[in-house]
Design a protein around this ligand. Structure first.
Ligand SMILES: Cc1ncc(COP(=O)(O)O)c(C=O)c1O
Length: 377
């Protein structure tokens, strides 16, 4: 017997519930999940995990299942050591912390250092979850202005910190959704201007130029600096949900106060440790993805669109006369991109060579339907 669908005729919504006042009228994170042939909307790595790595991960999970009747290692010691080894920079396991995606790491940080009566400063347009996590933890989100081309100069970050005196500063480098590099000097200036926590979200770090310094280089001597990373992007592990941070061990002690006990399952830990054993192979596609990203930039420009410097695995492009219509038109051609509500702009993730070609071909047809318009400088 098929279960009856919920009777939608009952006109009762979440607004009728005794929900927290500050959550009324809010929208959940909502990147559309559609089954489309060319999925370039959430900055995933579109290359699957290589077969031999998958075999090793499965063998590790099989072994972990032997202990699944017990709670997992609450401190995920082996995983933290593997992450420290992967990152280098003389980091030790005590400085590493992981959770189910870097979203959860950021949530734990806000639970420990934010909360009612506290604030977090961010620089939109930036990763939409930063403000959503602030709202979920009752932390006041303070949006500050960026400079031209979505950059943040040291002067700009210091002025915003002095004006707003936030408890936490969220920086994102490279920034999502713009791809903009984050200068190391901006991070240094932000840290010097506040007594609060400075969190640098480096979800796309592996796509930066090889000689670009990471915020990890700034960790020594900066006890309030946190660098967040993820296995979701360059590591092709989005579905496994593994994100992590590097910071002073005292910051790790702080998030331990708010984490759920045993938050990382034994299966997640086993899968992540196994994947990290194959880091070079897991990251083998990064160069290929960067090439496709650069190809998108060149060809979109040739079509008359405006692009921005990007150090990530996606491209924000402007000059789209009607982004909503362009999004729908691409969807009809089995290509999904992201419409973030930035006027005249769309964002597209770099795909495989074939996916990138499909996107560019579809975009040429969109450009014929609605010729690019001039935006900004
Ligand atoms: C800047 C940024 N940070 C964090 C995340 C979340 O990553 P995770 O899958 O590790 O939760 C994303 C995902 O798109 C992102 O763009």
């Amino acid at each position: 017997m098929t279960p009856a669908a919920y009777d939608g005729s009952v006109a009762f919504t979440l607004e009728d519930l005794p929900i927290r006042d500050d959550l009324r009228g809010q929208s959940p994170y909502g990147a559309p999940q559609k089954h489309v042939r060319v999925q370039l909307n959430v900055n995933e790595n579109t290359h699957p995990v290589p077969d031999d790595v998958a075999d090793d991960i499965v063998a590790s999970i099989r072994q972990a299942l032997a202990t699944v009747n017990r709670y997992p290692d609450r401190e995920f010691t082996e995983l933290r050591q593997s992450l420290a080894d992967y990152l280098g920079h003389d980091l030790s396991a005590e400085q590493l912390w992981a959770a189910n995606g870097s979203n959860e790491v950021l949530q734990q940080l806000l639970q420990a250092f934010g909360g009612p009566g506290r604030s977090v400063l961010g620089f939109p347009p930036t990763y939409s979850m930063h403000s959503i996590l602030a709202s979920g933890t009752g932390t006041t989100w303070i949006p500050a202005q960026r400079d031209d081309e979505f950059r943040i100069s040291p002067e700009t970050v210091v002025a915003a910190i002095e004006q707003h005196q936030p408890d936490i500063v969220f920086l994102c480098g490279p920034n999502n959704p713009t791809g903009t590099p984050l200068q190391i000097e901006t991070i240094e200036a932000a840290y010097a201007a506040t007594d609060g926590i400075v969190m640098v979200d480096e979800a796309y770090a592996e796509f930066m130029p090889d000689d670009a310094p990471s915020a990890l280089t700034l960790l020594p001597g900066r006890e309030r600096l946190v660098v967040s990373r993820t296995m979701s992007k360059a590591f092709a592990f989005a579905g496994a949900r593994v994100g992590y941070m590097a910071a002073h061990p005292a910051v790790v002690d702080a998030v331990r106060l708010v984490r759920l006990p045993y938050h990382l399952s034994v299966l997640t830990q086993a899968a992540a440790v196994a994947a990290l054993r194959h880091a070079p192979e897991m990251l083998a596609m990064v160069d290929d993805i960067k090439q496709q990203r650069d190809r998108m930039v060149t060809e979109l420009r040739a079509m008359g669109y405006r692009t921005y410097e990007t150090w990530s695995n996606f491209v924000l492009f402007g000059g789209v006369a009607d982004p909503h219509a362009a999004f729908e038109s691409l969807l009809e051609r089995d290509v999904i991109v992201r419409d973030l509500g930035i006027p005249n702009h769309l964002r597209v993730s770099a795909g495989t060579e074939e996916e990138t070609t499909a996107f560019l071909d579809a975009m040429r047809q969109v450009a014929a339907e609605q010729p690019p318009v001039r935006v900004g400088a």
